[in-house]
Design a protein around this ligand. Structure first.
Ligand code: HEC
Length: 287
């Protein structure tokens, strides 16, 4: 019971997600749901047809043997016993016996009857009593009930999570126009990406090899964070530099680009000869 209660509260707190999931599920399974409905309709139709056929058969036999036709109706079973269900739900005293329960109060032709309370109503009423007992116990004598402040805290936590998740996607959404050079610990991550993916062509120290020297001031495709990011993202496929956007996330490309910028002037041994032109922020964006 406690478990169910907590689940209900979590479900309420998560109701937007749950609703979204239910909607997504229904959308994804539209055909399954339709197929199910159609199968039900088809079964119902078959049931009807079988009844009609068997009734005409009965009619034929009854007439042949001189049995009155009205009995057919009583013999015919119905798929849903609506009247039976209705009677069970209400359990009212039948019309004919109403005189017995008449309390004798009449106003404008409306008479008060001492009728039974409908069982569906009674069970809901008993249910509320049970619910109240469990609720009071949970909230007054245990700490299992989720109180308003807890719900508030939970919602705040969830909001914080959503905010962080959103900020994370934003951080990951950098492109060549919005990218900025990183500093600090992220450069170390950039370095390890460089060693793993780029050093084979650009040298362990960025001194160059198959690919150009990344430690001098000369750039074929422009220096500065925006140009470097762009070259990494789109590559120069016909010159042997692949596009990395399918292998590195935007933030990974940002880190490695930032790391490359720190290499300028490190003057490692065995540098490849200069290629391209001197690039300074003033010399203009290549982008
Ligand atoms: C298979 C070899 C190879 C690998 C691996 C490689 N590059 Fe390159 N890269 C090149 C070549 C070749 C060029 C020169 C393209 C040209 O001539 O236009 C280049 C050019 C560049 C440039 C432009 C340099 C300039 O002067 O404008 C940058 C920046 C760069 N690479 C970064 C990277 C990074 C970052 C990685 C790793 C994620 C990487 N490269 C991996 C071969 C490679």
């Amino acid at each position: 019971m406690i478990f169910i209660n907590n689940q209900i509260f979590l479900a309420v707190a998560d109701s937007t997600d749950t609703l979204k999931n239910a909607l997504t599920w229904s959308l994804n399974n539209v055909f399954a749901i339709l197929a199910l409905l159609i199968s039900f309709l088809a079964m119902w139709a078959i049931w009807k047809v079988v009844n009609v056929l068997s009734n005409s058969q009965k009619e034929f036999l009854y007439t042949k043997h001189g049995i009155p036709l009205e009995t057919i109706k009583k013999d015919t079973p119905s798929l849903f016993n609506f009247k039976g269900i209705n009677d069970a739900l209400w359990k009212l005293v039948p019309l004919e016996k109403e005189a017995d329960i008449d309390l004798g109060h009449e106003y404008d032709g409306i008479r008060e009857l001492d009728n039974r309370l409908p069982p569906w109503w009674l069970y809901i009423f008993y249910g509320t009593i049970l619910f109240a007992a469990v609720y009071l116990y949970l909230y007054l004598f245990t700490d299992k009930g989720v109180r308003q402040e807890q719900e508030y805290e939970y919602a705040m936590e969830k909001g914080e999570e959503m905010k962080l998740a959103y900020l994370a996607t934003q951080a990951n959404a950098v492109d060549e126009n919005s990218v900025v050079a990183l500093t600090g610990a992220e450069l170390a991550e950039g370095q390890s990406i460089f060693k793993a993916s780029c050093a084979a062509c650009h040298g362990q120290e960025g001194q160059g090899g198959v690919g150009p020297n990344l430690t001098d001031q000369y750039w074929i495709h422009g220096g500065g964070i925006n140009n470097v990011f762009k070259t990494i993202k789109y590559g120069v496929p016909d010159k042997g530099m692949i596009s990395w956007q399918s292998q590195l996330s935007p933030s990974a490309m940002q880190k490695v680009a930032s790391y490359i910028l720190t290499l300028e002037g490190t003057n490692p041994p065995g540098q490849k000869e200069k290629q391209g032109e001197i690039w300074t922020p003033e010399s203009g964006a290549k982008l």
